[in-house]
Structures are given as structure tokens and as C-alpha cells.
Design a protein around this ligand. Structure first.
Ligand code: 5AD
Ligand code: SF4
Length: 446
């Protein structure tokens, strides 16, 4: 077992998990990542089950990999993540050539599962939810390259929105111990990482497991990380409006290291639909939080996830979503047509909105969001932004690419050796997917 290929579907938390799997197998079995499935001795499919056709996508991908099993020696195939968790035994029945099935909470057991598969010559399945054990058993992170990194601090969800499969696949909410997170972030900073994104299904529901640090909450975690030397920018995603209280709003006021951008999913602009979704807050409450954050940090921008065509959504409900979008002036966001998911309470509601109506609503919503995002990009022209340099530009290696606080890519010319630095860049042009700029100072603007 030397060569590892990982394909990742879905969210940033899965990207983080895939990165950790590679680190784990490098340490346990000396495995190296390869670029194509054909080169691999072990193929891992890290799956996501959040939306429609997730299972079909997994079986289609496995169908592409199946012929590789005719090679000698046979490569092994492992399936992890949320579809594995949801499908379990069924996955083994439908794709009996799969060697290892593991859930999002058992990726740390991969080396043992691999050894057991090799020794016993039997498929292995581990879909338990041992929660914190996963993080205890992940290796340190030497050799990490790049200016930005993800760190998962919280997993799982207790909110049970009626449309969502996550509480069923990732399990209950739990948080990693604070000292362990500090240690991981410090290691990443020592290796030149400058921007950290904290991840969690409900990241701001973070609550340090009681013990050494007492009952630190998410705002405490941010304050603690903000003290670490070398940290240039701190982000977090995905947050839930119900876990956004005064202490977190105060952290946005007090910590300049926090990016002036917040992904705060609202899903719908209609109170009636929010109730049916079991979101447990009203639009008025959401707007109060947006206003308080704007007061704390005037330049803050918001993005959201939206679902259109939730069961029972009328034209008036959809219009309420469009009105909310104009009121908040959301930045680039994610939007989806509602799709029924296994084991979710919304399955009992009739999926009443016809497909063409869902499509039309989605198109209207996305057009408006794109316009607002483009308006904001144009408004940035002439301003000076703090840009974190992520690396050489992909189009022109003589140029640099960096990210603004509001997560826009900026390309600009500059001398060698800028990666990982936060620099003042004047925005000169807004293109549809990026900005162009001119380096004005070899340091941050403020
Ligand atoms: N249908 C459509 N979108 C969904 N999401 C979650 N479940 C569904 C579903 N059944 C979207 C929500 C969530 C994002 C991660 O995925 O907007 O915030
Ligand atoms: Fe799913 Fe709702 Fe939990 Fe988000 S808060 S993961 S949408 S159940």
C-alpha cells in the first residue's frame, strides 16, 4: 500500500477530513497522494449526503472505479463520509466490491480498518459515533503548505431542521477541547499558514467540553486564537443564527483579525416557512442580529444558504425571501431547490412545489444575488483592501492572487516572496469572478 487517491464530495468539513485522512495514512502506512485513480493502491471516496441524488452520485462514481478492481494487484476501495453513514450495510450490498466503509466519525480508524481488511481478506465496516476519539487519534500536522487552512472545531447538529439529513449522518453536536484546537492552529501558523477557517456544522454552537478551561464558548475560542502570533485572519463557517449572541457580536467588534464577512444561513425570508423548517427564529430576530453585527463591525458582509420550493412555499413566501435578500444585500451565497432527504421530518410534508416553479425561483434568486455581489465588487473599485496573498496567480505566474476580507480573489503584480502576507492593495477593476488590483503598501492597510 503506497499510493492513495481521495475523491471528495461536498462541504469544507469533508475537505478537512480528506486532508486528515491523507496525513493519517502517510504516517501509518507511508502512503503518498497520487493524481489519478489508476495509479492508486487505495482509493477513498469521501461522500456528502446533504442534497438530492447524493446516493446516486456515489454509486455512479463507484461504477467508474469498479473496472480498476480487474487489475493485478487489485486496488482497495474505501467509502467514507455521510452517505456511507446513511447507507451502511446497503452500500455493501449494492457495491459488494467496496472493501472498507467508514462514517465521518471513524476516519481515524482507517489505518486499523485497512490492516484488518488486508489480514482478514474481508470487507470492513465501522459506522459508529465515537465523537471525540476521532480528534484524539489524528496525527500532528507537519509539512502543511499554503497560506490558508481549515480546522474543524465542532461537529454534528442537534437542531433537526425538518429538511436536513445532517443530524442523522454526523450525529449530535460536540466540540473539541480548546487546548487541542489552540495546539493545532499554532502548528499551522508555525508552518506559514496565515488564515485559519474554523469549521463546524454549527460552528458557533462551540462549547469547550467542561474541564480545564471551564465552559468556554465560541467567542472565548475566537479571543484565545486571536492572541496567537502569526494569525493574520480568522474566519468561521457555518454559523447558526440561534447561536449568535451578544458575546459573539462583541468579538466581532473587538477582534480585527476576524474577517469582515459572515456566512449566516437563513434559508427562507418567510416566517411561515421558517416555522415549517423548524429553524426556531423569525426574520425579525435574524435582522436584529444582522443590525447588531453591522453596528459592531460596519464593513461586515453577509452570505447565506437559501432553499427554494420548500413544501408549501407560495409565491408570497418566495417574494418574502427576495425582499429579505434586498434588505440585507447578501453577498455571494449558496442556493438550492428543496429535495426530500431520507429520515427527515419534511418527508411527511407534501413536496408541493412543481419542479419548473422551483427552477424558476432558483434562477430569479441566483440572478439577484449575483447582481448584488457584482454591485459590491464594483463598489470596491478605488478602495484599498487588506489582501492576504494565497500564492502565484494561476493565469499568470508573474502575478499574485490573494483574498480580500469579504472573500474575493484579487490578482495583482508584485515582487517575489509575498505568499502568506497581508498587504494593502488598491482595487482597480471588478471582473465577473475576481478583482484586479495594484499593490500600494508592503503591509496591511490598517
Ligand atoms: N434540500 C435542499 N437544500 C438542502 N440543504 C440541506 N438540506 C437540504 C435539502 N433537503 C441546504 C441548506 C443547508 C445547506 C448546507 O444545504 O441550505 O444550509
Ligand atoms: Fe442541517 Fe439545520 Fe443542523 Fe444546519 S442547523 S446542519 S441545516 S439540521
Amino acid at each position: 500500500m503506497r499510493h492513495l487517491y481521495i475523491k471528495t464530495f461536498g462541504c469544507q468539513m469533508n475537505e478537512y477530513d480528506s486532508e486528515r485522512m491523507a496525513e493519517l495514512l502517510a504516517r501509518s502506512h507511508g502512503m503518498e497522494l497520487v493524481e489519478t485513480p489508476e495509479e492508486a493502491d487505495l482509493l477513498i471516496l469521501n461522500t456528502c449526503s446533504i442534497r438530492e441524488k447524493a446516493e446516486d452520485k456515489v454509486y455512479t462514481q463507484l461504477g467508474f472505479w469498479r473496472p480498476l478492481k480487474e487489475r493485478d494487484p487489485q486496488p482497495l476501495i474505501a467509502v467514507g463520509g455521510c452517505v456511507a453513514s446513511q447507507e451502511g450495510e446497503r452500500l455493501r450490498r449494492r457495491a459488494p466490491f467496496v472493501d472498507i466503509v467508514f462514517g465521518p466519525q471513524t476516519l481515524h480508524r482507517l489505518p486499523d480498518l485497512l490492516d484488518a481488511r488486508l489480514a482478514e481478506r474481508q470487507p470492513q465496516l465501522d459506522l459508529s459515533f465515537p465523537e471525540l476519539e476521532k480528534f484524539d487519534r489524528l496525527p500532528e500536522r507537519p509539512g502543511r503548505q499554503g497560506a490558508t487552512a481549515f480546522v474543524t472545531v465542532q461537529e454534528g447538529c442537534d437542531k433537526f431542521c425538518t429538511f436536513c439529513v445532517v443530524p442523522h449522518t454526523r450525529g449530535r453536536e460536540y466540540s473539541r477541547p480548546l487546548p487541542e484546537i489552540v495546539r493545532e492552529v499554532r502548528q499551522l501558523l508555525d508552518q506559514g499558514v496565515a488564515e485559519i477557517t474554523l469549521l463546524g456544522q454549527n460552528v458557533n454552537a462551540y462549547r469547550a467540553p467542561s474541564g480545564l478551561i471551564g465552559d468556554a464558548d465560541f467567542a472565548d475560542l475566537l479571543r484565545r486564537l486571536a492572541l496567537l502570533p502569526g494569525l493574520q485572519r480568522l474566519r468561521y463557517t457555518t454559523s447558526h443564527p440561534n447561536n449568535l449572541g451578544e458575546r459573539l457580536i462583541a468579538a466581532h467588534r473587538d477582534l480585527p483579525v476576524l474577517a469582515p464577512h459572515l456566512h449566516l444561513p437563513v434559508q427562507s425570508g418567510s416566517d411561515r416557512i421558517l416555522r415549517r423548517m423548524h429553524r426556531k427564529h423569525s426574520i425579525a430576530e435574524y435582522l436584529e442580529k444582522v443590525a447588531a453585527l453591522r453596528e459592531a463591525r460596519p464593513e461586515i458582509r453577509f452570505s447565506s444558504d437559501f432553499i427554494v420550493g420548500f413544501p408549501g412555499e407560495t409565491d408570497a413566501d418566495f417574494q418574502a425571501t427576495m425582499d429579505l435578500i434586498d434588505q440585507v444585500r447578501f453577498d455571494q451565497s449558496f442556493s438550492f431547490k428543496y429535495s426530500p432527504r431520507p429520515n427527515t421530518p419534511a418527508l411527511k410534508l407534501k413536496d408541493s412545489v412543481p419542479e419548473p416553479v422551483k427552477e424558476e425561483r432558483l434562477a430569479i434568486l441566483q440572478t439577484r444575488i449575483n447582481q448584488l455581489a457584482q454591485d459590491y465588487s464594483r463598489a470596491l473599485v478605488g478602495s484599498t483592501q487588506n489582501v492576504l496573498v494565497t500564492g502565484p496567480s494561476r493565469r499568470d505566474p508573474n502575478e499574485w492572487t490573494g483574498k480580500t476580507g469579504c472573500n474575493r480573489s484579487v490578482n495583482f503584480a508584485g515582487p517575489k516572496g509575498l505568499a502568506g502576507q497581508m498587504l494593502a492593495v488598491e482595487i482597480t477593476e471588478a471582473l465577473p469572478n475576481s478583482l484586479r488590483g495594484r499593490l500600494t503598501a508592503m503591509r496591511a492597510a490598517s
